[in-house]
Write a protein that binds this ligand. Structure first.
Ligand code: NAG
Ligand code: NAG
Ligand code: NAG
Ligand code: NAG
Length: 216
């Protein structure tokens, strides 16, 4: 074996090791965003059988899932904004609730059961619609920031802005109460920070590697 051939082999295995390390690093640093949903949504003011517009609160259950198998999530305060849509689809803010920040272990589910007092919500006018078997559409906007815990360290802060429409019928509950409503991202976020960097690195390594093979 000539000296240059040996050097090349050594170089190739070095690059291969580096590539595998980068791949492993990418796999262990990759994070999945929490999955959030509205599991329950009820307004007594819209309950046709109750016939009472006194209680203008919204009772809800917010579910937060950490889909990461080995990373925890620290949530900052979760800001929830509740709005009602008029017949031109314009939103009118009627309530605001903050849920205290918390830490969630890997693969854990959290259910936050709470209620919000609404303001400026014309229960009678809107319930008139619901009582006539027309549905009323609400909007829930969710804003928080999270940090992921990888081993002992926390990543930088990532903002999380989600939202969904909730359709309520004349029972006062959201339609199809058994199914949760997934809160979807409303602000386009810059794609995976780590993944873009590592993908670039891996590409560079592959190009270098194939160049070596061509020459030898
Ligand atoms: C609506 O009110 C009736 C009468 O109080 C009650 O039995 C029913 O459970 C309420 N509906 C919901 C969805 O809670
Ligand atoms: C409001 O939105 C719904 C669903 O997106 C749509 O079907 C409806 O036509 C909209 N109404 C107006 C007035 O834009
Ligand atoms: C609303 O729907 C229920 C059953 O779906 C029906 O019995 C009732 O007559 C309807 N009411 C109006 C005002 O349309
Ligand atoms: C939530 O609301 C608080 C107080 O209004 C604010 O300081 C914080 O920045 C909000 N969080 C997000 C992620 O918007």
């Amino acid at each position: 074996m000539s000296e240059s051939e040996g050097c090349c082999k050594c170089c190739c295995s070095f690059i291969l090791t580096l590539g595998l390390t980068a791949l492993f690093l990418w796999l262990s640093l990759r994070t999945d965003k929490p999955k959030c949903s509205i599991e329950y949504f009820y307004l007594p003011a819209l309950n046709k059988s109750l016939n009472s517009q006194q209680n203008t609160s919204i009772y809800f259950i917010l579910q937060l899932n950490n889909p990461n198998k080995d990373k925890g999530i620290r949530y900052e305060n979760v800001n929830l904004t509740f709005s009602v849509l008029d017949n031109l689809n314009k939103t009118h803010q009627i309530g605001y609730k903050t849920i205290g920040g918390f830490y969630q272990g890997h693969n854990k589910k959290a259910k936050k059961k709470d209620f919000v007092e609404t303001r400026g919500f014309n229960g009678t006018a809107v319930s008139g619609e619901a009582l006539n078997n027309k549905t009323v559409v609400f909007r829930v906007d969710f804003a928080t920031a999270v940090k992921y815990k990888i081993l002992l360290w926390f990543t930088k802060r990532h903002k999380l802005m989600l939202g969904a429409n909730v359709v309520v019928d004349s029972s006062g509950e959201k339609v199809d109460q058994k199914k949760g409503i997934r809160l979807k991202s409303c602000a386009p976020e810059p794609g995976g920070y780590y993944s873009a960097q590592v993908a670039f690195l891996v590409n560079l390594l592959i190009i270098t590697f194939s160049n070596f093979r061509l020459r030898s």
